[in-house]
Write a protein that binds this ligand. Structure first.
Ligand code: SF4
Ligand code: SF4
Length: 74
């Protein structure tokens, strides 16, 4: 599962940015953006978001092929 930001909900508070252990969340135009290929899937970002603007979803087939956890077996 990978975290996904709802950019229309995100208010740029920065809580997820501060708490992400590998520091892979940043703010662009006051919206949180995640380097999902480096995500450790700990779930902390979703837990600390005060307005529930982060949810987890199964990645689309193929978009994260470089992520070990989702490598497609051929
Ligand atoms: S799930 Fe964990 S590692 Fe991944 S973006 Fe959220 S806080 Fe960072
Ligand atoms: S904690 Fe939620 S509202 Fe705050 S920057 Fe992160 S996604 Fe946006």
């Amino acid at each position: 599962m990978v975290p996904v930001i709802d950019v229309f909900k995100c208010n740029g508070c920065g809580a997820c940015v501060k708490r992400c252990p590998p520091k892979i969340i940043g703010l662009i135009k006051d919206k949180a953006v995640i380097l999902v290929q480096l995500c450790e899937e700990c779930g902390i970002c979703a837990e600390v978001c005060p307005i529930k603007a982060i949810h987890f979803k199964v990645p689309y087939a193929g978009i994260v092929e470089t992520h070990e956890a989702y490598a497609v077996k051929r």
